[in-house]
Design a protein around this ligand. Structure first.
Ligand SMILES: Nc1ncnc2c1ncn2[C@@H]1O[C@H](COP(=O)(O)OP(=O)(O)O)[C@@H](O)[C@H]1O
Ligand SMILES: Nc1ccn([C@@H]2O[C@H](COP(=O)(O)O)[C@@H](O)[C@H]2O)c(=O)n1
Length: 212
């Protein structure tokens, strides 16, 4: 029997906005069905040719930092129910690992990342586009705590990167991409009403696709 077309949900938003929390909340709803998550961060360009000191200088909030061609190719493969080898990203060394993760296709695909609504080729593949909208003060506080705890950063480096790169790129690229969203979710994964609405929309699309 032929399989239904998978549903693709894009979860965008600024760094620290709560994209991962929203993604996790949706994942929990569909984990018994068939769901996978693709993080745009896994598709940061390979920088193995650069020494560590040079990799520190990369602007990781600019669209050109990502290998979106590979991300689009992988999404197209998953839409055809073909498996992929997803890259693994290491924030501590600012580079991809030499290893990959084998990902089997699923019925629900979540693509999550700061700049996924900025690329028309990615947007074209999405059935539902979400933007997690959280005030800048909360985003920087969350990012500070997370980057020091999980990503091997110092207080000074997080503040410096935020002022020099993250904030300007947010205003130039991320905030304007909000206009492509179908749903704008204030505050992230704790917004249970928004998560309920998304879950029922995903259910509807799954039913519709099964009747095609
Ligand atoms: N509603 C919330 N209240 C408090 N902390 C939160 C909330 N949502 C997320 N966080 C925390 O903020 C940090 C960033 O959230 P995350 O979901 O990873 O954001 P993003 O993926 O958009 O960068 C994480 O450490 C997370 O635990
Ligand atoms: N080597 C890197 C790569 C990325 N970043 C930052 O990560 C942010 C995106 O991740 P979120 O989970 O916060 O959405 C982005 O703003 C980059 O600045 C980094 O610091 N180092």
């Amino acid at each position: 029997m032929e399989k239904n077309k998978p549903v693709v949900i894009g979860v965008a938003g600024g760094s620290g906005s709560g994209k991962t929390s929203v993604t996790r909340a949706i994942y929990e709803r569909f984990k018994e069905t068939s769901i996978l998550v693709i993080e745009q961060d896994a598709y940061y360009k390979d920088q193995s040719h650069l020494p560590f000191e040079e990799r520190l200088k990369t602007n990781y909030d600019h669209p050109l930092a990502f290998d979106n061609d590979l991300l689009v190719e992988h999404l197209q493969q998953l839409l055809e129910y073909k498996s992929i080898e997803k890259p693994i990203y290491d924030y501590k060394v600012h580079n991809r690992s030499t290893e990959t993760i084998h990902v089997e296709p699923k019925e629900v695909i979540i693509v999550e990342g700061i700049l996924i609504l900025e690329d028309a080729n990615l947007v074209d593949l999405m059935d539902i586009k979400v933007f997690v909208d959280t005030d800048a003060d909360l985003r920087i506080i969350r990012r500070l705590l997370r980057d020091i705890k999980d990503r091997g950063r110092t207080l000074d480096s997080v503040i410096d990167q935020y002022i020099q790169v993250v904030r300007p790129a947010h205003m130039q690229f991320i905030e304007p991409s909000k206009r492509y969203a179908d749903l704008i979710i204030p505050e992230g994964g704790e917004n249970h009403v928004a998560v309920d609405i998304m879950a029922s929309k995903i259910e509807n699309i799954l039913v519709k696709n099964s009747n095609l």
